[in-house]
Design a protein around this ligand. Structure first.
Ligand code: MV4
Length: 445
């Protein structure tokens, strides 16, 4: 087992990882930018190393600084958390070259899923359902028109280097296709340095349902059921839950098997997520695979009673998994609390937290790094807390979430807590009647 793990991240996920390391008897090294000197992850870790100035590119994305910090502290592994370098093939390779275990995917696995057109082709070969469209990249407008005619409008163009919606264009009829092609290529080239575009049939108002998987070093894989992440705004998830209110035991079986086939074909090692779009007829299609621990992992932990970060560390250390699948034993919901002004286009609201009270009680979990007196720096993500509740039924979980949100006091900055309270009261949300389009028509009171 590892003796000492360096956590190449900040905020709530750094704390989350430190807590599991402590339970496992593993020493921890925190890294921090000069903007994060007073952060809890710095205080909770056994050691802490300053890795640079506030800007992420000079600190949390600074590979030489992170590797030096690992070497001077004698860390034998690096946990990257989510975001930052968690899906960076070069960093994974650098760790390997330095004899430091990267607790995440290999460079080969990251590369195979990072190029979306290539990932889709790999999934087709594994027998995982994919959305009808171009075979690989489009070579021009004429080919695009031919394929669109065959699969039928609307179609969507996607950047092969994309993700999170950038470089995407929906095309409703042939007259729009040339403009969409030009602007998608231009946007993708500028954003990713790669202007490769592929085409798919556009699925209207789908649900976003993802399957958590785990694979060990010996080729064994299992699935840990789904999370419904349909409640999102501009590709930022707001609420996640498991089980999905749209799920059936048959669909879970089929999606679980597809997710395992996806993991097997790339010999996936570690915990990961296979994202699917699910249409109103319960057809499901591979969308992307994430080779990291995700923000929303706690809802899965609560319903299957399983520490996913501990599992990541055990797998990285070469411990075999049992190989059995896990089904939800209760219902869990997560609300992401961001320091944002919901009445001002979700503008970030950094600054000092003057007063704070975290909710507690039965079935209530708060993953957060904030405290009264803490100053939220303006340089990073605006998520400041995750509130997770679990209960026997979805109805009870919603009631518990309303109760917990009503206890949650954060003063000094604006937060998304009032929005979550409104969504919990929404009739369609309560019925489980929602798709990824839910927030497009949600009216904030
Ligand atoms: C789609 C789609 C409909 N049809 N692909 C958005 C992010 C990127 N990873 C893929 N996305 C989508 N791809 C086809 N063929 C709709 C979306 C989409 C979406 C997907 C999941 C969650 C929220 C979304 C919001 C808007 C669009």
């Amino acid at each position: 087992m590892f003796k000492k793990i360096l956590i190449a991240n900040r905020g709530e996920i750094a704390l989350r990882i430190i807590r599991t390391c402590r339970e496992m008897g593993i020493q921890t090294v925190a890294v921090f930018s000069t903007a994060d000197r007073d952060s809890l992850h710095v205080r909770f870790a056994d050691e802490a190393v300053c890795i640079g100035p506030p800007a992420s590119k000079d600190s949390y994305l600074n590979m030489p600084a992170l590797l030096s910090a690992a070497e001077v502290t004698n860390a034998d592994a690096i946990h990257p958390g989510y975001g930052f370098l968690s899906e960076n093939a070069k960093f994974s390779a650098l760790c390997r070259d330095h004899g430091i275990k990267f607790i995440g995917a290999t460079p080969e696995q990251i590369d195979s899923m990072g190029d979306k057109a290539n990932a889709k082709d790999t999934m087709k070969r594994a027998g995982v359902p994919t959305i009808p469209g171009s075979d690989g990249l489009l070579d021009g407008v004429d080919q695009g028109k031919k394929i669109a005619k065959k699969i039928g409008y609307p179609v969507i163009m996607k950047a092969t280097a994309g993700g999170g919606g950038r470089g995407m264009r929906i095309v409703w009829d042939e007259s729009e296709l040339e403009n969409a092609w030009n602007s998608a290529r231009q946007e993708a080239g500028a954003a990713f340095g790669n202007d490769g575009i592929y085409m798919e049939k556009y699925i209207e108002e789908p649900r976003h349902i993802e399957i958590q998987i785990a694979g060990d070093q010996y080729g064994k894989v299992c699935h840990l059921s789904e999370r419904d992440c349909s409640i999102q705004r501009r590709h930022q998830k707001l609420i996640e839950e498991t089980p999905s209110p749209f799920m059936t035991p048959e669909l879970r079986d089929k999606m679980g098997a597809a997710a395992k086939a996806a993991a097997e074909i790339i010999k996936y090692e570690g915990v990961g997520t296979v994202e699917f779009l699910v249409d109103k007829h319960r057809n499901f299609y591979f969308m992307e695979m994430n080779t990291r621990i995700q923000v929303e992992h706690p809802v899965t932990e609560e319903v299957i009673n399983y520490d996913l970060v501990k599992e990541q560390i055990l797998i990285a250390a070469g411990v075999p998994i049992s190989g059995k699948d896990y089904l939800p034993t209760k219902c869990a919901i997560e609300c992401r609390v961001n320091a944002e002004d919901i009445y001002n286009n979700f503008r970030p609201s950094p600054g000092k937290i003057t007063t704070m009270h975290k909710p507690g009680g039965h079935g209530t979990r708060v993953d957060s790094h904030i405290y009264a007196g803490y100053s939220i720096p303006p340089y990073y993500d605006s998520m400041i807390a995750k509130l997770i509740v679990s209960a026997q039924t979805r109805e009870e979980a919603i009631v518990k979430m309303e109760r917990a949100l009503s206890e949650f006091v954060i003063e000094g900055v604006k937060t998304t807590i009032p929005l979550h309270r409104q969504i919990m009261r929404n009739e369609d949300f309560r019925k489980g009647n929602f798709t990824t389009a839910f927030m497009n028509t949600f009216e904030i009171e």
